[in-house]
Design a protein around this ligand. Structure first.
Ligand code: ZN
Length: 421
């Protein structure tokens, strides 16, 4: 699920103008006078999330990442004050674009949307240099995370905007992308999707294999979330370095096409890979249908079709109307324990070296008790209650994915100095 956004044509001139228009905003963090040993240990972790869909909000005129927002009012889940509160040190900021037709014109228009997203992330960092820093390597991420600044690494969800021009992989690498997922909710030029009944390529397409090779050459982590299990298996066998599932679940706990069965989870772990646990309700349990709510939400979207085109006043009106629907027909939501059951299953099956956290913030994730990034301590507390050491928790909270990034870097470096391939 994605925040609705229909921006389709952005010129590169507009991108340049946007990059130059960075506003100057700073925030102050309240000192925490008395911390419990738990809080001190939790805050000392470098916690990285592997799927922050927040860049979709950065391009909205009404969103300011430095201000505290309220999930129950505006449905956003990530901002600086809440990151500080939850101990989230940053992570992988997603350049998501929806799947469109497989034509050159559509590729080009969507490529520009993806570039705009990358520029909006760069702008966020440029406007708040004391708060954010781009990490180009795993070592950068450890250093930045420990410095108190927020780690910014970009990732691509859906490689569709690359079209058939794989030289763009390096363009995005240079902009800060270090993780790349070939496919989203529909089959595309690179791979079959988990959520399509028909398969087109029986896994990765020939171009998909080239994409994996190019990602390996540059030192990017390949992301198998949203890919069909056959596509995932192909990625695992083709990639020279371990694959991540940046926001996925386990089908042993709840059967859903977006979740991964035990056989593929073991395959992932045997090759060194990591699953980052999703918290998107519909992938965690059967949620009751709510036709009245669906109908009213659809009518609301007819009236306010594109939040990206709204003024702040119009957006406030839209939110008020949406809050009213929530009050009348409350959304069915999964609960913390549904998320935790998935996490526990993966931890028991493949161990704490191969599991992490990727709830899909600002992309549809969030359950009761884990509504936004201020709730990370709830996960840590539960893992402590279950006997996990602080060392294991550090791996789960960010160490594992940074190991993957370091392995991707090492492989790319080995190609350059001729010691591999
Ligand atoms: Zn997703």
């Amino acid at each position: 699920m994605k925040f609705p956004n229909k921006i389709s044509q952005i010129s590169l001139t507009a991108l340049a103008a946007l990059a130059l228009s960075a506003c100057e905003t700073t925030t102050t963090v309240d000192p925490t006078p008395m911390q419990s040993p738990f809080d001190a240990n939790h805050q000392a972790l470098v916690i990285l999330d592997t799927h922050l869909d927040t860049p979709a909000l950065l391009v909205q005129p009404w969103f300011d990442i430095t201000e505290r927002h309220d999930y129950f009012t505006d449905y956003t889940q990530v901002d600086l004050p809440r990151m500080d509160e939850g101990g989230l040190d940053g992570g992988f900021w997603v350049l998501y674009t929806p799947q469109g037709p497989l034509t050159e014109d559509a590729y080009e228009a969507t490529r520009d949307v993806a570039l705009l997203r990358a520029m909006s992330v760069q702008k966020m960092v440029a406007a708040n240099p004391e708060e954010f820093e781009i990490a180009k390597t795993a070592d950068d991420a450890w250093r930045i995370g420990r410095s108190g600044k927020k780690v910014v690494i970009m990732s691509i969800e859906n490689s569709y905007p690359l079209g058939t021009d794989l030289s763009l992989v390096e363009t995005f690498y240079k902009l800060g992308v270090r993780m790349i997922g070939p496919v989203h909710s529909r089959n595309n030029q690179f791979a079959d999707s988990a959520t399509e009944i028909e398969t087109v390529h029986d896994g990765l397409s020939p171009l998909g294999y080239e994409l994996v090779e190019e990602a390996n050459r540059l030192g990017m982590v390949v992301d198998g979330s949203h890919a069909s299990q056959k596509s995932l298996a192909d990625m695992i066998s083709a990639s020279k370095t371990p694959v991540v599932l940046s926001h996925s679940g386990t089908s042993a706990v709840y059967m859903h096409p977006r979740n991964i069965d035990d056989e593929h989870l073991k395959m992932l772990a045997d090759s060194g890979g990591v699953i980052q646990m999703n918290a998107l309700g519909a992938y965690l349990r059967e949620l009751p249908a709510n036709p009245e709510r669906t109908e009213e939400l659809m009518a609301l979207r007819q009236t306010y079709s594109n939040p990206g085109d709204m003024t702040s006043e119009q957006y406030d009106e839209y939110l008020a109307a949406r809050n009213e629907i929530d009050a009348k027909y409350p959304p069915a939501m999964a609960e913390f324990e549904d998320f935790y059951d998935q996490l526990t299953h993966a931890l028991r099956l493949i161990g704490p070296d191969h599991v992490g956290i990727g709830p899909d913030w600002d992309g549809g994730g969030g359950v009761i008790g884990l509504e936004d990034v201020s709730d990370y301590p709830a996960i840590t507390q539960r893992l402590r209650d279950d006997g996990y050491s602080w060392d294991d928790i550090q791996k789960i909270m960010g160490g594992n994915v940074l190991r993957l990034l370091a392995e991707a870097e090492a492989y790319a470096a080995s190609l350059k100095d001729g010691s591999e391939g």
